[in-house]
Design a protein around this ligand. Sequence first.
Ligand code: SAM
Length: 213
Amino acid sequence: MDFQKAFETNKETWNKKVAVHAASDFYDVAGFKNGKSTLNKFDLKALGNVKDKRLLHLQCHFGLDTLSWSRMGAKCVGVDISDVAIKKAETLNKDLNLDAKFICCNVLDTSQHILETFDIVYTSYGVIGWLPDLKPWAKMIFERLKTGGVFYIAEFHPIAWMFDYTVSPPKMKFGYQQNTAIYEEYEGTYADTESKMISKEYGWNHSLAEVIT
Ligand SMILES: C[S@@+](CC[C@H](N)C(=O)[O-])C[C@H]1O[C@@H](n2cnc3c(N)ncnc32)[C@H](O)[C@@H]1O
């Protein structure tokens, strides 16, 4: 399969999602601008005091989590394949007078764009399903972590991706360790199910065993 073509298709879809998500109640950009953190309690508890820590956020979308860590004093770099998401993140960073940096690239190519190493590499909620193979991803994380640094991932259980959500009720349709890509086209997004936007996307399922290994 042509992975570059799949990444291009996903990028186009994520570019379109940014405006829809930035206007959604789900992402509540107004609340965020007024000081609300988008981070979950258990992420905050797990990483503790991040002040002055160098934090690399992989697949940062339009930056709300990255900038939430910045507000807590972390020195953040966010990476995402969507140039529209990165532009939006940079605008928010500037508007809020924060000091995060953002880089637009395929997460698998991160080490071609960043040479520094980090205290924390962070990634969360809806990320690995966009990657066909976790080995180059894990290698890149190893390259970007300082010795003794922390890699933190919070992700949905892989069973979530075995369902076809375009039918009601959702139907179990895909394999737990499926090697082949799953292609889907559907209207709306998780952040705005009423949106008329059409998503076209390729995804890959990864078992817990694969993730942990
Ligand atoms: C579900 S979002 C991340 C969720 C994040 N926790 C949030 O809610 O803001 C997935 C992100 O992965 C990005 N993405 C998908 N494939 C990618 C790739 N190959 N390289 C880098 N970013 C990618 C998308 O552009 C999107 O911003």
